[in-house]
Design a protein around this ligand. Sequence first.
Ligand SMILES: Cc1cc2nc3c(=O)[nH]c(=O)nc-3n(C[C@H](O)[C@H](O)[C@H](O)COP(=O)(O)OP(=O)(O)OC[C@H]3O[C@@H](n4cnc5c(N)ncnc54)[C@H](O)[C@@H]3O)c2cc1C
Length: 435
Amino acid sequence: MGSPDPLLNPAIIGGGYAGMAAAVSLSARGIPITVFESAQQLGGRARGVFYNETQLDNGQHLLLGCYRKTLRLIEQVGGNIEQDFLRLPLQLDLHGQFSLKAPRLPSPLHLLIALLTAQGLTWSERMKAARFMLALRGMNFRLPNDITVTELLAQHGQDADLTLKLWEPLCIAALNSPIHKASAQVLLNVLRDALNQSRADSDMLLPRIDFTALFPQRAANYVEQHGGKVHISCGVDAVVPKDGEIKLVTAVGIHTFSHVICAAPPTVAAKLLRPIVALAEAVAQIDSLEHQPIYTVYLQYPPTVRLPHPMLGLHQRYSQWLFDKGQIAGQHGLLAAVISAEGIHQDLSQEQLAQKVIAELREEFGIAEKPEWFKVIAEKRATFCCSPKLHRPSQQTPLPRLLIAGDYTAGDYPATLEGAVMSGVKCADMIGATA
Ligand SMILES: Cc1cc2nc3c(=O)[nH]c(=O)nc-3n(C[C@H](O)[C@H](O)[C@H](O)COP(=O)(O)OP(=O)(O)OC[C@H]3O[C@@H](n4cnc5c(N)ncnc54)[C@H](O)[C@@H]3O)c2cc1C
């Protein structure tokens, strides 16, 4: 690689996973980069939250072994995957109702055995699930036309019980969208990458440190060591392309850059880009996205309280997934209940929702103790709703020096860390190619 063009001085709006992935990729090429982040800390929708002297996250995040770009970048900025995560082989456990665990065998044998030995399904349901997976492999995980997950399951004879115990929890966890709205093709993209190649691709990685520390903060240190700057509590108020350059209006003045990557969340990106006439189509695409919530209920119980597994689901309850932070991160007695996608839980107050979760923990596991405190974090616009045939904006815009990154931009993946990181790396590659 030759020396980069000295006139290149790109800026990034937003220090979430997409923005910081772009920042690291450009810094690694020797291109000095400036990041503007409006919040007091980096991470965006995957950030650490400090509450009651306890380190939490804004929500429980799970990575899959196939999230190669994210895992590689975490290592590039100094992380150690085996120390930073608890690695579990693929397993789905809906307490007392259903359980599936992949044996340590090569893919796809591990999945077929997991399906054929799943507890809580009839033999006929297991066969239907295994046949469905074989059919998807036979189709190379590609559909001729995108349809909803509900439609795909019906086409392949997956009955109601199988859907409720296996496919619906899997789809909501992967796409954060209800099955009647979710894109079957995007679900298949995730299944293709997680289940079809190496067995380790389907491993589930549960973070032991918070999501700001895991990557964005390390990425900021990396950027600064490579001559770049990361400004926090410094939001961008306007983006003004002029004379082949781009001006950013921020709280601390107006700065001029050769390129800008807008890696703000979709609603902010639409607001910043709306005045730029050439970007009308991208803005219309962003405006058309529907959003889905994720609620997380943290409960601090006495340290002796623990769940049967570090992560497990509940069948037909408010709490979809439960995480035992004691077993994952040594935070004994701290449990987190996750409720993804839209639903009746949104009609409850935070106090009512926490009481429902407490009652479920008592009924399912006999946890009679009262939590010392609880904290509900409601991310109302956690992700875009991943429906079929969405027109997601491209990273490239009609203005060659203005790019868009973020989990909602064009790509194979639903709104995930990997999707965000891939979009950031793609923008960096495009700028890097001009250097
Ligand atoms: C509760 C929850 C649970 C989730 N669980 C998972 C999971 O298990 N696995 C998974 O892969 N994904 C999960 N996701 C999705 C994942 O967190 C997102 O896809 C990803 O974090 C999006 O990153 P991003 O960089 O595209 O956007 P963001 O994280 O939204 O980053 C945008 C950044 O821009 C900043 N910003 C906003 N306005 C401005 C401005 N004017 N100027 C400068 N900066 C600005 C924001 O503060 C933010 O830091 C979850 C999301 C949530 C909310």
